[in-house]
Design a protein around this ligand. Structure first.
Ligand SMILES: Cc1cc2nc3c(=O)[nH]c(=O)nc-3n(C[C@H](O)[C@H](O)[C@H](O)COP(=O)(O)O)c2cc1C
Length: 188
């Protein structure tokens, strides 16, 4: 059983059910004692899963080694918990896909890069809007070096399926050993 294949086919089912959560995940750092969680878009890059963040963010450094990812798709009642190592998305890919972003996030990426890092304190929202409007964008408009993506290489995947007719949930944990996944049934 390939749990990543299962993840992808479950996600396809959630997408075809128009699940608003299908393209999202919750991401934290592995092994941190505090709750460091946030929602991110979970992207498909070829066969891989990936997240896109700005490297000015304090989360860049911990996430650029490893991540823990949680998804829950209410449409199919399936939860996945994934631990993964991360590596950079190819610069060319980031540069091309960055061009597809709407204007405000493009401007924000340049703001993070040239004015204030993401998660910096700022006096007020008014001040933020003023400073963002004043950002000098390059011509031609290209992605800043700080716009980055991380490919996820999962090594532990847990799937919990609540949609059982008998009401007893189906819970499996898969660990990657070399190139193969070894599955274990867990008490749900
Ligand atoms: C639906 C949704 C999607 C988001 N997608 C992203 C994303 O893909 N990349 C990103 O950096 N932040 C994204 N965010 C914002 C993050 O959740 C977070 O607020 C921001 O990155 C600052 O995170 P930090 O302070 O935890 O580092 C998203 C938020 C929501 C609600």
């Amino acid at each position: 059983m390939d749990p990543l294949g299962r993840f992808k086919s479950d996600r396809e089912r959630a997408r075809s059910d128009r699940d608003p959560m299908a393209n999202l995940c919750t991401v934290g750092h592995n092994g941190t004692a505090t709750a460091e969680m946030r929602t991110l878009v979970l992207r498909d890059v070829g066969e891989d899963l990936a997240i896109f963040i700005n490297s000015t963010s304090p989360k860049w450094s911990p996430l650029s080694h490893s991540v823990s990812v949680l998804t829950y798709w209410p449409s199919i009642q399936a939860q996945f918990r994934i631990l993964a190592n991360t590596s950079s998305v190819a610069e060319d890919f980031v540069a091309d896909s960055w061009q597809l972003r709407p204007d405000p996030p493009k401007r924000m990426d340049w703001f993070y890069s040239t004015v204030k890092a993401q998660s910096s304190r700022i006096e007020s929202r008014e001040q933020l809007l003023e400073e963002v409007a004043a950002v000098e964008l390059p011509d031609p408009l290209v992605a800043p070096q700080t716009a980055r993506g991380l490919i996820l290489s999962p090594y532990l995947i847990e799937r919990l399926d609540l949609s059982q007719d008998n009401g007893i949930h189906d819970r499996m944990r898969y660990e990657k050993r070399g190139d193969t996944w070894v599955g274990t049934t867990l008490v749900p």
